[in-house]
Write a protein that binds this ligand. Structure first.
Ligand code: ZN
Length: 120
């Protein structure tokens, strides 16, 4: 059985920054954001409903598949979109609409989140 686990401070901080700057702080704050355990996550990242009642989602980042900060922030932003859609739409029209909005607001421009870094 999967356990929710605890947030990684640095990853949760990035989640909060993306939430504030690109989602108008509309994403839930009671989420767990952490690195996945070995063999816990096969994709680069994922978003799932939390098992406990205190948290809304658990966002996992797969260190084995993330080599750069650009990949990390891009993967995290992607999972943030799933949070925004309430996990209802997968990668459908609602997801695409939010993604386009993030593009228009400059999330994928150089320096958007970190000096010298362009999200992939
Ligand atoms: Zn996705």
């Amino acid at each position: 059985m999967r356990a929710d686990g605890k947030s990684n401070r640095s990853l949760k901080r990035w989640y909060s920054i993306i939430n504030r700057r690109f989602f108008n702080s509309q994403l839930p704050t009671n989420v767990i954001v952490r690195w996945s355990l070995p063999d816990e996550e096969s994709d680069i990242a994922s978003c799932n409903h939390a098992l406990d009642k205190r948290h809304t989602y658990v966002l996992l980042l797969n260190k084995a598949k993330i080599a750069t900060r650009s990949q990390l922030l891009s993967a995290l932003a992607h999972e943030c979109i799933h949070c925004q859609t309430g996990m209802h739409d997968n990668h459908g029209p609602a997801f695409a609409l939010i993604h386009t909005d993030l593009v228009n607001r400059g999330l994928y421009r150089k320096h958007a989140l970190l000096h010298g870094v362009t999200l992939v």
